[in-house]
Every structure is written in structure tokens, then in C-alpha cells.
Design a protein around this ligand. Structure first.
Ligand SMILES: Nc1ncnc2c1ncn2[C@@H]1O[C@H](COP(=O)(O)OP(=O)(O)OP(=O)(O)O)[C@@H](O)[C@H]1O
Ligand SMILES: Nc1ccn([C@@H]2O[C@H](COP(=O)(O)O)[C@@H](O)[C@H]2O)c(=O)n1
Length: 251
């Protein structure tokens, strides 16, 4: 089955309700994930060190940049979904969109708790967080053109009140052509969503526009098309300017 066929199938399944057997599957897997969340969740405030989130479409250079920032700042590198949810990710990726999104949304709260702990000890860099979940969810739910997205200022673009807020969110942007070059250069298996993004320029534009409409905190766009060392330099300057907080990790 080629990627386009998979996308068509996925669209079809997105429009149908869950069958009783699917419900049974979702319930048993969800129970394990919810047990894990219960063990990890306990609301905690952010520490005094800066928390910087790196966002962007697939292959815009988030992994490359977050690794370099970790080394340059002596920071802790976290991601959403968090490591502890990895065993369930493939399974939830195959579920209908609403269930899949619930899984990612929940993951942000575990990452939030990890950020709270890590930011008491040193700077924290986060590879994707709430904005990814919201931007992809909104772009998936809205059919048709970019104009059909919820209008700027809609509460759908607002940060959830009960989720730990980062100090700075940077949105990596590259042209569609450069992003495709990077995807092809990387090789390996494409996820369904990556294949859809590659195949569907409109979807990509909707995700990026949804990112740009996010508020409190909003995303600061960064041109990620220069070579990796230059992007790193530019981002370090931005972090120094925007996060006038303690940067040195504790000994
Ligand atoms: N500034 C850059 N210039 C050129 N190539 C880059 C740059 N940054 C990253 N790349 C290359 O682009 C590809 C994608 O980068 P990377 O894996 O860091 O992106 P990503 O945003 O983390 O992707 P994903 O969200 O799919 O995991 C990799 O092959 C990487 O080596
Ligand atoms: N906080 C997040 C993180 C990811 N997603 C979904 O996963 C896909 C991208 O993940 P990568 O590991 O390839 O970067 C993306 O398409 C989102 O659907 C999310 O919803 N929330």
C-alpha cells in the first residue's frame, strides 16, 4: 500500500465512529497509559532556570538544534511525548485522530512535570510541546483552505491554564523545498503524517499558520534555512536576549 493510499484510508477512518472492538482496544491500552500518568502527575511550579521549547514541522531541524543547545547551554533536553510513553506511541499513532491526539495531549502533562523538576537545576530545552499537539490537531480537524482555520485570537490557540508554561517558544521555519530536501536526505521510513505533510502542501500551511496564531506564549519564528551552526548561533542570541533568567546550571 503506498503512502497516498494509506492517507486516504486514514481520512476515511477519521470520519467513522469507533467500532465496539476498537473501543475495547482503546480502553485496555488507555488504562495502562492513565496508570502511568497517575504516577507521574503532581502539579509543580517551574524552577528558576529558563525553559525553551523548539517547535516546527517535521525535518525543520529540531533534533539537530536541540542537541546542540543541550551541549552549548549544559541544559537538560526533554521531549513531548516523553520517553516513558514510547512503548505506547506506535499503538496510539494507529488509532483514530481523536484518540491519537488525546495520547499526545496527555504526554505534554508528563513532560510538564519533568520540566518542573529539571528547571530547578539548570536550563531546559524541550523538543516539541503543547503547540505541536494543538497545531497538528487544529490543522487535521479543519478541512479546506487556510482561511477556514479558527480566527486569530480564538481560545483554541491559547495555552491550557493547568499546563506548565515555558519561557520561550521558537518556531523553526524553512521553505517547503528545503524541508523536502532534508526529508529526502534523511532517508528512513516515513510516518504516515510525514507522508501526508509531504503530499499535502495545504495541510503543511495550515499547521504552520496554526503555530503562528498560538498565544500566551506565542511562537517566535526563526529562519532555520542557514547551516546548522549559524542557526545555533542565532538561537543562542535569542535565548540570551529573551530569557533574562539564571542560565548557569547548578553545580
Ligand atoms: N540547518 C540545517 N541545514 C541543513 N540540514 C539540516 C539543518 N538542520 C538539520 N538538517 C538536516 O535535516 C534533516 C532533518 O533534521 P532533524 O532531524 O534535526 O529535524 P526534526 O525537525 O527533528 O525532524 P522530525 O520532527 O521529523 O524528527 C537531518 O538530516 C539533518 O541532518
Ligand atoms: N507534543 C507533540 C509531539 C508530537 N505530536 C505528533 O507527532 C508527530 C511528530 O512527531 P515527531 O516525533 O516526528 O517529531 C506530529 O505529526 C504530531 O502529530 C503531537 O501531536 N504533539
Amino acid at each position: 500500500m503506498d503512502a497516498h493510499e494509506k492517507i486516504r484510508l486514514r481520512r476515511r477512518s477519521a470520519n467513522t465512529c469507533l467500532s465496539p472492538s476498537q473501543c475495547k482496544d482503546v480502553v485496555s491500552e488507555s488504562r495502562e497509559v492513565l496508570d502511568l500518568v497517575d504516577r507521574h502527575l503532581e502539579t509543580r511550579a517551574k524552577g528558576r532556570f529558563p525553559v525553551v521549547v523548539i517547535e516546527g514541522l517535521d525535518a525543520t531541524g529540531k533534533t539537530t538544534l536541540t542537541q546542540s543547545l543541550k551541549e552549548a547551554l549544559g541544559a537538560v533536553l526533554l521531549r513531548s511525548p516523553p520517553q516513558c510513553l514510547t512503548p505506547w506511541r506506535t499503538c496510539f499513532d494507529a488509532k483514530p485522530p481523536l484518540i491519537r491526539r488525546a495520547f499526545y495531549a496527555l504526554g505534554n502533562y508528563i513532560t510538564g512535570r519533568e520540566i518542573a523538576v529539571a528547571s530547578t537545576r539548570g536550563p531546559v530545552i524541550v523538543d516539541r510541546y503543547w503547540h505541536s499537539t494543538a497545531a497538528y490537531a487544529i490543522a487535521t480537524a479543519v478541512s479546506g483552505k487556510v482561511d477556514n482555520l479558527p480566527h486569530p485570537g480564538s481560545e483554541l490557540y491559547c495555552w491550557p491554564d493547568d499546563l506548565l508554561r515555558p519561557d520561550l517558544v521558537l518556531l523553526l521555519t524553512v521553505s517547503a523545498e528545503e524541508r523536502l530536501r532534508r526529508i529526502r536526505g534523511r532517508g528512513g521510513e516515513k510516518t504516515l503524517e510525514e507522508a501526508e505533510l509531504e503530499a499535502n502542501n495545504l495541510f503543511r500551511s495550515k499547521v504552520e499558520e496554526a503555530y503562528r496564531r498560538m498565544e500566551h506564549p506565542s511562537c517566535v519564528p526563526v529562519d532555520a534555512s542557514p547551516p546548522a551552526d549559524q542557526v545555533l548561533k542565532q538561537v543562542l542570541l535569542l535565548i540570551k536576549k529573551e530569557c533574562r533568567l539564571q542560565m548557569e546550571p547548578l553545580a
